[in-house]
Design a binder for this molecule. Structure first.
Ligand code: URA
Length: 193
């Protein structure tokens, strides 16, 4: 079966999912964005927000627009190179951080998407995504930019934690060594793989 067929089947399963409560309050399921056939990288974000819930597309609000700017600057094409998902597929009420039980309920879908797309790199965007794969105490500011290994369904992937764009919305400086500067360096490192 083609990747898109396998993913369509999985999406149908997600549409019927009632493993946690988030499906009851969402407007739309936020399954993914990007081209699974050409994507070299999977980016895992935290959770859909209001704009994502309205459109069914991840990273389309303010944080998404800032992410797009960084992708463009680093030469990564959102449409061609990236497949975007979140740790959960439905918006948590009031944009709260998803609970462990909610992330665990969604985990099999996330792993299956990664398995189908089979990317070169898994980008862990922000501490929620980082901690759902690495339950470490190390803050994202200390571990971002490092290459880590992730094993999913018996396959080993290279992964890199990066800052979440919401954090960069509160940190404007582009000076060397500041979060926005580091974000660009990290994306350039990923792009050079
Ligand atoms: N923030 C995320 O982590 N994911 C989205 O899809 C939107 C905002």
């Amino acid at each position: 079966m083609e990747k898109s067929e396998l993913l369509d089947k999985l999406k149908q399963e997600c549409l019927n999912c009632n493993k946690c409560e988030l499906g009851k309050t969402r407007i739309n399921l936020v399954f993914s964005d990007g081209n699974p056939d050409s994507a070299k990288y999977i980016l895992v974000g935290e959770a859909p927000g209001a704009n994502e819930d309205l459109t069914g597309i991840p990273f389309v609000g303010r944080a998404g627009r800032l992410l797009n700017e960084f992708l463009e600057k680093s030469g990564i094409s959102r449409e061609k190179d990236l497949y975007i998902i979140n740790t959960v597929k439905c918006r948590p009420p009031q944009n709260r951080v998803p609970k462990d039980s909610e992330k665990n309920a969604c985990r099999a879908y996330i792993e299956e998407q990664i398995n189908i797309v089979n990317p070169k790199v898994i980008i862990l965007c922000g501490s929620t995504a980082l901690n759902s794969f690495y339950p470490v105490k190390t803050p994202i500011s200390k571990i971002r930019g490092e290459w880590l290994k992730i094993n999913i369904k018996g396959r080993e992937y290279n992964s890199m934690p990066i800052f979440h764009p919401s954090y960069l919305l509160r940190n404007h400086s582009t000076e060397e060594g500041k979060p926005r500067w580091l974000m660009l360096k990290d994306l350039e490192k990923i792009k050079s793989v």
